[in-house]
Design a protein around this ligand. Structure first.
Ligand code: BG6
Length: 526
């Protein structure tokens, strides 16, 4: 990145350090803490975005002393840091870690917690500002909140703030999500609740709003008049890894759709907010979630596809089927793939389908939002092979490639008019370098400055569950008869292709080849 680029950059927010505070991590013994949270805090400290008046209190069942906890993180940080470590900063950071062992349901844990928080306030000047990060199994979310309330650790007095960050999954259907919302709201206000969705920590996801609303040229065509349809693919190559126990109870629909994918849909489809204030943005997102057409039971059969991977020996590599993964029932009916056609019932998007698909053990780790525009009237090119040209597609590449591309037709050099598909590409790495980060930095920092824009409000979570709950109900009532129905390493069951095929459309990415190679091949073949 050049310095002239830097000086041209507009800074919307001040970007100073977070408030003095203590972060309390419930479930601090887990993977999230060592892989993401601690490295993210360290990155914030490196970038001067963490207050010097800061401390972390880890609370978990496992018996351990604060000294042992510090020793553990001295090692873990070496393994999971995303950038260079400085000895001084590491020691500074480690001295701010405290550990408490206790049961989440035991009132004594909260008495000890209060004492440790007071100690941190004294030793590190954290001024009574606390945020509690619930990185535990979801069954504990409600009980921990209740205990915090009872121990008077949530009341905001004398300009002190108290916040609670809730990890996913937030409920497992509409009813359980509403119950959890009411449990939380019994002991705190909505403004104190930060429901996290780690997709909103991704730069490319945050950029959807910047791209749409900071540029004048896209918004005028961002509607049903010019857009034919939208395809969202969230592909993962991994299977369920060591999470069979959780996954078999959850399935792909719950795991990915009402949260991550609905974030992508709402940011892509929302109206411009009147400001970047948390509620202005979230009001617009919520309107989209509420405008998603509810599916009737018949719709579920025709517009929602489920799949489960079976074993495969493709490309010389043997991959086990889902039912043979550890902690998965041998006759499991849980889906590892979902494809859906979603309609947004509002003025801008009427009759523009949003197709989405996501799954485990797909051929590529690849997440994209592809906006496919309507075809041009090709009268001028009647005698050429233009029917073979694909229409203009604007692709927001979320991961692992990070960038945006726009494909359009161009004349291929030569004496006759032949058209090829070409791409204009922007890659983040060309302009901004490869960002080494965990994806949690911005979210934690926002929590420390009280900006809830990138967190889910109660109504958004419930609106998301309202859409998927009817599907869960139908799928539960009708056991799938054809599982497993796609071999590991392929793009899901044939029904997912048929879903688009019935509308005369095709999935954009559907080959085993790497995405770049496919685009080049289109040019050559046109
Ligand atoms: C999590 C899901 O929320 O998101 C996982 O529980 C999934 O099953 C993961 O693999 C995907 O996140 P990312 O950032 O790798 O796309």
């Amino acid at each position: 990145m050049t310095s002239s680029y830097l000086s041209d950059t507009m800074e919307q927010t001040a970007g100073g350090p977070g408030d003095p505070c203590v972060m309390v991590i419930f479930g601090a013994g887990g993977d999230l803490t060592r892989r993401k949270l601690i490295p993210a805090l360290y990155n914030l400290a490196t970038d001067n975005l963490l207050s010097r008046e800061f401390a972390v209190v880890g609370l978990a069942r496992e018996p351990m002393s604060t000294e042992q906890f510090r020793d553990k993180f001295r090692e873990d940080i070496k393994q999971f840091a995303t950038g260079a470590l400085s000895d001084d900063l590491t020691e500074w950071f480690i001295r701010r870690l405290y550990y408490l062992s206790g049961e989440f349901g035991d009132a004594n844990s909260y008495i000890k917690l209060r004492e440790t928080l007071q100690q941190a306030d004294k030793e590190h000047g954290t001024r009574g500002n606390y945020f509690y990060y619930l990185a535990t199994a979801p069954v504990f979310f409600g009980p921990i909140a209740q205990q915090l309330g009872t121990a008077n650790l949530l009341s905001e007095e004398d300009k002190q703030w108290r916040r609670v960050v809730v990890e996913k999954p937030f409920g497992r259907d509409l009813e359980s999500a509403s119950t959890l919302n009411s449990q939380l709201l019994q002991v705190m206000n909505e403004s104190q609740i930060y429901r996290i969705d780690h997709y909103l920590g991704k730069e490319t996801v945050q950029n959807i709003m910047a791209f749409r609303f900071a540029n004048g040229i896209f918004e005028p065509v961002w509607n049903r008049r010019y857009i034919d349809h939208v395809q969202i693919t969230v592909g993962e190559t991994v299977g369920v890894e060591n999470r069979g126990g959780y996954y078999d109870q959850s399935g792909t629909l719950r795991d990915m759709v009402p949260n991550h994918i609905f974030q992508l849909i709402s940011l892509t489809a929302m109206e411009p907010p009147i400001s970047f204030q948390a509620d202005a943005v979230r009001d617009e997102q919520a309107k989209i979630l509420r405008a998603i057409q509810p599916l009737t039971s018949e719709d579920v059969l025709s517009r929602a596809v489920r799949g489960q991977y079976g074993e495969s020996h493709g490309q010389g590599q043997a991959m086990p089927g889902y039912r043979s993964e550890s902690s998965v029932a041998p006759d499991s009916a849980t889906e590892t793939f979902v494809a859906m056609k979603v309609q947004i019932d509002n003025w801008r998007w009427a009759d523009v389908p949003f197709y989405l698909r996501t799954g485990k053990r797909l051929p590529q780790r690849h997440t994209e939002i592809a906006i496919q525009f309507r075809r041009a009237p090709f009268v001028l090119f009647r005698d050429t092979a233009v029917e073979r040209l694909t229409p203009n597609v604007l692709v927001l590449n979320i991961q692992p490639e990070e960038g945006i591309s726009l494909s359009f037709g161009a004349k291929m050099p030569g004496p006759v008019m032949r058209l090829g598909n070409v791409d204009m590409r922007f890659a983040y790495s060309d302009y901004f370098g490869g960002g080494a980060a965990t994806g949690y930095e911005r979210l934690l920092h926002d929590c420390m400055i009280g900006d809830a824009t990138l967190f889910q409000r109660a109504d958004m979570v419930e609106a998301g569950w309202s859409v998927v709950t009817p599907i869960l109900d139908v799928w539960k009532a009708l056991r799938p008869r054809n599982f497993p129905n796609y071999p590991a390493g392929t793009w899901g069951p044939k029904e997912a292709d048929e879903l688009l095929g019935r509308d005369g459309r095709k999935w954009r990415v559907n080959s085993q080849e790497p995405i770049k190679a496919k685009l080049l091949a289109d040019v050559a073949g046109a």
